[in-house]
Design a protein around this ligand. Structure first.
Ligand code: CA
Length: 236
């Protein structure tokens, strides 16, 4: 049996806080919580949690600044929980270094799935052997980074260099939303025009090659106004 994962919850609404704490405990997580940003930050530093659940609207500090602060010294997974539905804030949180977000009201099973994915991805990035990381595999799709080969059901699919870079960047961050801007700056450099038309064109080509029905994607999902997410690596 694995030692329990410890989750730090930073949430100022007492009812929601109690609800999440109870839920996490009944799902066998160890939980600490803080009702404001400053005590959250000190618990993050002293407790070394395995994952942080962070509300963006806190009384003493903007949640985005909490993410930036933590990212100065830790790459612990951070999942943002927020009542805000505006895409702008989700994008800002992701670009500041959050791993994922979940919008209130959310279901327990959705929250648990996000937590499991973030913990798995973090463990994989930190502990796994090179060979385990050199393959991405989900459903019929396999990406072999070393051989530069992408197959669907064993059949090799050819991608342009740009398409390959987009696909592998998503796959190396499988399960996580990648914002348009971070994709664009990864592929075309930090000074690239952030107009995402060229990205959309490439994505349409990738989908045509990858998906049997691009209108009902099985692999790459669009988070409207935010970015793209490829399904989890089953090799994890
Ligand atoms: Ca709040």
């Amino acid at each position: 049996m694995n030692p329990k994962h410890e989750i730090l919850l930073i949430e100022d609404e007492k009812n929601i806080c109690n609800f999440i704490v109870t839920t996490l405990k009944s799902n066998d997580y160890k939980v600490t919580y803080a009702l404001n940003a400053s005590s959250g930050l000190s618990l993050a530093a002293s407790g070394c949690p395995d994952l942080i659940l962070l509300d963006l609207g806190l009384p003493d500090m903007d949640g985005i600044d909490v993410i930036r602060n933590i990212r100065n010294w830790s790459n612990v997974p951070i999942i943002v929980i927020s009542a805000r539905t505006q895409e702008k804030e989700k994008v800002e949180a992701l670009d500041a270094g959050a791993d994922d977000y979940i919008t209130k009201p959310f279901g327990i099973s959705e929250l648990m799935a996000r937590i499991r994915t973030a913990l798995r991805r973090f463990t994989l990035n930190n502990n796994s052997t090179i060979s385990a990381q050199s393959i991405y595999s989900a459903k019929d799709l396999v990406i072999d980074y070393e051989k530069h080969v992408i197959t669907i059901s064993g059949k090799i699919i050819h991608f342009t260099q740009i398409e390959y870079k987009i696909l592998t960047f998503l796959a190396q961050n499988a399960g996580k939303v990648i914002t348009y801007d971070s994709l664009i700056s990864h592929i075309w450099g930090p000074f690239a025009d952030s107009n995402n038309r060229i990205l959309r064109v490439n994505m349409a080509n990738i989908r045509r090659k990858l998906e049997s029905n691009p209108a009902d994607p099985q692999y790459i999902f669009t988070e409207i106004g935010i970015g793209y997410r490829i399904i989890d690596n089953e090799r994890m």
